[in-house]
Design a binder for this molecule. Sequence first.
Ligand code: FAS
Ligand code: PHB
Length: 390
Amino acid sequence: MKVQVCIIGGGPSGLLLSQLLHLQGIDTILLEKYSREHVLSRIRAGVIEHGFAKLMREAQCGERMDREGEIHHGFHIAHDSRLDYVDLHKHSGGNSVIVYGQTELTRDLYEARDKLGGNVVHNAEDVTPHDIASDAPYVTYRVGDKTVRVDCEFVIGADGFHGVSRKSIPTDVLREHEKIYPFGWLGILSRTKPVSPELIYVKHERGFALCSLRSQVLSRYYIQVPLSDKPEDWSDDAFWAELKRRLPEQVAAQLITGPSIEKSIAPLRSFVAEPMRYGRLFLAGDAAHIVPPTGARGLNSAASDIYYLYHALIDHYRKGDDSGLDGYSQKALARVWKAQRFSWWMTMLLHRFPDRLSYDERLQETEMSYLFSSETAQRLVAENYVGLPF
Ligand code: FAS
Ligand code: PHB
């Protein structure tokens, strides 16, 4: 089989790029390790930047997001028994974010691929890129006991943090930068009315918490827990009781609790792999970078990778211009590192660090008091949270 672009990974990054390229007449195949049901069973991101939303619309996948997603003009930070508000709309020159679950966004992308007759292969095992340093790369994969070879011109590694693509770059070429945080986020999903119409980030001496949502009848809550904890260590009652201890009294009193329909612990790490290109292999999304979810940058960092690759491949095929491809890694990393900075900053601001020094604590307090005493500081947060320009 021969295609122009072979995409490894059927998460939001791979799906969005395959849909955008297909609409431009560029021939792709997408190879996903698991079944569609498995991919859609994951509960992940919830906040969509305006740049990502624009790309979804350009990919003819934004209709349900615009209908069912919620526009949020700001978020709250609860700290020191106060509830302060970051007005994103005011401080970002009129931009906002859309709260719409990654699961639904991925479902919309799959349905759009089906509608266009996109070439999407599920349960593709042992996906392996070959000859990526040559001008004639190919990818092999297995379905059952049948091995298939896909000859292509470009390979896009959109296979997430644990995928095969990044590991295909020679170790003497790849540089990895990582920071592991000494705690995780225990998250639950519950069919309850959200405690607040907009997100509440909580800095508390017992630890971080976050009140988020997927709709007016589906709430998403998180609390910071030690890395040694497991989801089964936390009954629903224990989770709700701990969340209430961390919320301001007037918010805790409004909290509607209910059975969890999903409960999981996500470890927090900051990670960047450089370069994001090796020969004809291009990394995108979590395959190249991971952020702690505190700044809601994870999924959104993938958007600019996809935007750059989409335009670079169009320029290659339409004009024979490879400047976009040759400049991809440097351009993508410049925005990735800004998302890394913001995610690190929000994480340092809001979490309780087990081994913190008194100096660190006073610095955290100073950051928070500076944030809410300076419109400049709030503009800085707002421009990062709604999404820096591509
Ligand atoms: P993904 O990991 O989503 O997709 C990669 C795909 O490649 C997967 O479907 C995988 O099955 C497939 N794959 C892997 N190896 C393969 C192989 N060898 N062959 C073929 N396919 C292969 N971000 C936020 O903004 N907010 C959050 O709250 C948040 N919570 C998260 C919680 C968890 C537990 C995780 C893991 C991530 C979270 N993220 C969050 C980040 C997340 O949303 C990612 O940024 C987003 O999924 C990135 O999308 P992709 O780059 O498509 O990677
Ligand atoms: C979520 O709703 O899952 C969510 C929202 C904002 C974040 C992290 C997670 O910063």
